[in-house]
Design a protein around this ligand. Structure first.
Ligand SMILES: [Zn+2]
Length: 58
């Protein structure tokens, strides 16, 4: 099917970062990925801290 080829090309084509809108080969550029990962680590740290009291419930 030609549609499959088009989709395949579309996947390989440059896209835009959904976070900052910069042209990127991924849905999230490396900069935002690092940012998000840093934030995730940050929130994880918080969750772990706060979750300590919550852990005993389950
Ligand atoms: Zn970005």
């Amino acid at each position: 099917m030609s549609e499959t080829t088009e989709k395949d090309l579309g996947n390989k084509k440059e896209t835009h970062c959904t976070v900052c809108g910069q042209p990127s080969f991924d849905t999230i550029c490396d900069t935002c990925k690092a940012k998000i990962q840093g934030e995730a680590l940050d929130s994880k740290h918080q969750v772990e801290k706060e979750g300590k009291t919550d852990t005993g419930r389950r």
